[in-house]
Design a protein around this ligand. Structure first.
Ligand code: ADP
Ligand code: MG
Length: 726
């Protein structure tokens, strides 16, 4: 059989683990080797330059051109010693990945020779042509020019002999064209708002950091098998494929022994990560076959986001060395678990206190918890929008991931404490309670919590002892999107909290009483967001509706949450995004949504017409031949009896073929109509409601054919072949 599928299966089955020579050194000796971190800065910068750069990083003080020149010179020297020949600004446009344009250090020296050059100007700012990146109309009305500007808070690094400088990306008129700009603004907004609240408790707090520890799930597929699946190549998910008889029902993959090929890949990946300072810590098999997870030690949010983006590209490169393809799509395979990217998020002070960690100061702890609850409650639709995409939509609500409703799981112990606090309705009551020991019961939180951080895998947003875990985030998502929404929402909430408390103090309340009373009010008000039950159940969907939570499941409509009056106010109040930026970004989101479905529809249509239908007809032809032969050899009833099976399969195939052909034609027509729609939101909605349903309908019949047609003839690798790496 010269069928591509069989070649691929054979190739994949012969693979051996690719052992990459492990460095015989301690991890700490090469950690950050390719990063211009504080350690390397100390070696390559003068004392004065170092001081000014650290001020910029730690205190956000501006860096002048003169200093930038010194930094650039040191950076170039360091990079060239490590073999770098090029440099690039590395930024995150509103597409899925990162962007870079490489320039060589080399330049004419004016005397007929060449030298290596890298000035402070080139470090600090560049002007890539913005017109090829999505901007949601911002570039059309103004200028095509866009600027990238150095973000000193995320250190430069070397990848593929290129010095990469993390930058923001903005338009000529100053609007953000990327994720990093609003993320940095949200981090600042949260810092300011949280410091002001912290000062109620500790006058020494100067800075509050937001922290992120992501857990990245992914699939690995053998490269040869991947190459035989055009749908994987073009859409990162299988648009067809019947269930494998065995998949995850035996629960034998989760935390199982890591296959040796994969383990070699993981070790190689970790080595590359450490050189780039990505502090990966955890690796394990996930629930679905071929599904794995990698998680680092948590870091300051901006750095953690950069590290996740970097990891996603490093993974893809390292995988190739091991003849794997990494799938970061949220739902590459139907019928088995999809991939998420849990975002563990917390806030901590420069005095070393985790504001979401109970124990030290429980009133402070409850204050921050109550504010997060309020922020998530008031912005549950917005937070859902921040993680919604055409790809994540396949995962959310698919009985293996949180539903498309945001709720918060607090665990039985903390829920009890919050419920108790809710009973306290006025200042007088608090004073009485204080004497009888309610406050005292708060002091028991640490012991209780340590033993009681029960897990609820069905919750999209769970408190896990000293942090919140935003679990609805999709595996391919840029973490900046949910993090900037969450940081902004909590910042806005803390600002409001401070106003309310200050008003009570001005009216004569004692500080602690004022805080306590607003906290209790918040706990009560935000109660509808708290849900500790089974998020996968149908009852919860009903209940959530009653509670007024956002239950919308159509992604283009979910995006509307960015443009509601409260959302616009939230982002403007915190200075994170203007209304104009929000509008532009939504245009991009709708457009991306449409394009994703459009590509899938095209790929499915093509595959149906030139892979599936021809094979089905060939097999049907074979059966028809057989029937002729039977009829030639036998007569009457006997012939009919012998040919009955063939005839029934022939008819079956004909039914499926008819359905597939009709639906593909209808889908093409529906696309033609949709493509004429000018308004991006409307177009996306038509793609969602009218086009996407065809994908599953057509697939159903293709999958039936896969079961029927001679295995020898089927050209696309099957699930059972794609999914079990040995
Ligand atoms: P899980 O049991 O949820 O799978 P993992 O160990 O896989 O946990 O990942 C937990 C993630 O949470 C890690 O990245 C870890 O560093 C991070 N984390 C731990 N504490 C905090 C914190 N206070 N703030 C933010 N992230 C944290
Ligand atoms: Mg985990």
């Amino acid at each position: 059989m010269s069928n591509l599928r069989f070649k691929a299966v054979e190739e994949a089955s012969k693979r051996k683990p690719v052992e990459v020579e492990a460095p015989a050194k301690k991890t700490s000796s090469y950690f950050g080797e390719f990063v211009f971190d504080r350690n390397n800065m100390r070696k390559y910068l003068s004392k004065e330059t170092l001081r000014l750069v650290l001020n910029a990083i730690d205190k956000g003080e501006p860096l002048d051109r003169h200093v930038a020149n010194h930094v650039a010179a040191g950076m170039r020297m360091w990079a060239m010693e490590l073999g770098a020949t090029h440099y690039t600004h590395w930024f995150h446009p509103l597409t899925d990945g990162t962007a870079e344009k490489h320039d060589a250090f080399v330049d004419f020296d004016g005397n007929g020779g060449v030298i290596e050059e890298f000035s402070g100007k080139l470090l600090a700012q560049q002007e890539p042509d913005a017109s090829s990146f999505p901007s949601g109309g911002i570039r059309n009305t103004f200028e095509a020019r866009g600027y990238t500007a150095w973000d000193p808070s995320s250190p430069a690094f070397i990848m593929n002999k290129t010095l990469c400088i993390p930058t923001i990306f903005i338009s000529y008129t100053g609007e953000a064209l990327d994720y990093k700009t609003p993320l940095l603004k949200s981090i600042n907004a949260l810092d300011k708002a949280a410091v002001n609240v912290c000062r109620y408790f500790d006058r020494n707090v100067r800075k509050v950091y937001s922290y992120l520890g992501w857990e990245q799930e992914y699939f690995l597929v053998d490269e040869a098998l991947y190459s035989a699946r055009p749908d994987l190549i073009l859409t990162e998910r299988t648009l067809m494929g019947h269930d494998s008889a065995k998949n995850q029902q035996l629960d034998d993959h989760y935390f199982g022994a890591i296959p040796s090929r994969v383990s070699a890949f993981m070790r190689d990946l970790e080595y590359e990560c450490y050189k780039l300072s990505i502090p990966v810590k955890t690796r394990h098999n996930e629930v679905a076959p071929n599904q794995f997870e990698v998680a680092p030690i948590f870091e300051e949010c901006n750095l953690a986001v950069d590290h996740n983006l970097l990891l996603m590209s490093v993974m893809k490169e390292v995988a190739l060395r091991h003849n794997f393809k990494v799938l970061l799509h949220e739902k590459p395979f139907k019928g088995i678990n999809g991939s998420g990217k849990h975002n563990n998020w917390s806030m901590g002070t420069d005095t070393g206190v985790n504001l979401l960690g109970p124990g030290k100061n429980n009133l402070q702890f409850i204050t921050f918890v109550a504010n997060v609850l309020m922020a998530v409650y008031k912005n549950n639709g917005l937070l859902k929008a921040s993680i919604s995409s055409a790809t994540n939509a396949h995962r959310l609500g698919a009985n293996e991931a949180p539903p498309a409703i945001i709720s918060v799981f607090m665990g039985s112990c903390l829920s009890q404490i919050l419920d108790d606090l809710e009973q306290v309705t006025n200042l007088k009551a608090i004073e009485i309670e204080e004497k009888t020991g309610t406050r005292l019961s708060l002091n028991h939180i640490p012991e209780l919590l340590i033993d009681n951080t029960d897990r609820n895998r069905t919750s999209p947003f769970a408190f896990t002892g000293n942090r919140f875990e935003f679990r609805a985030v999709g595996s391919s998502t840029n973490c900046a999107a949910p993090m900037l929404a969450l940081n902004s929402a909590v910042a806005a909430q803390l600002i409001e909290f401070k106003q309310e408390v200050d008003a009570l103090i001005a009216a004569g309340s004692k500080k602690e009483d004022a805080i306590f009373s607003v906290v209790c009010k918040y706990i009560k008000e935000s109660k509808p967001i708290r849900f500790d039950g089974n998020g996968y159940s149908e009852e919860w969907k009903e209940e959530a509706k009653k509670r007024g939570l956002d239950c919308e499941t159509r992604v283009p409509v979910i995006y509307d949450a960015y443009l509601t009056k409260p959302s616009i106010e939230l982002f403007e109040k915190t200075g994170v995004l203007s209304e104009r930026e929000l509008e532009a970004r939504n245009e991009v989101k709708w457009e991306q949504y449409t394009k994703k479905i459009q590509i899938e529809a095209r790929v499915l249509g093509d595959l149906a017409m030139n892979h599936i239908i021809p094979v089905a007809i060939r097999y049907q032809g074979m059966l028809l031949d057989n029937v002729y032969k039977i009829k030639a050899l036998y007569e009457g009833d006997k012939a009919d009896k012998i040919a009955a099976q063939d005839l029934s399969i022939i008819e079956d195939i004909a039914d499926h073929l008819n359905f597939i052909k009709t639906k593909v034609d209808e889908m093409i027509e529906a696309r033609k109509v949709a493509n004429k729609i000018e308004n991006e939101r409307e177009k996306a909605l038509v793609y969602c409601e009218k086009i996407e349903p065809y994908l599953d309908q057509i697939r159903y019949h293709i999958d039936k054919l896969e079961l029927t047609i001679d295995n020898e003839m089927w050209t696309l690798p099957k699930y059972r072949e794609l999914l079990f790496i040995r």
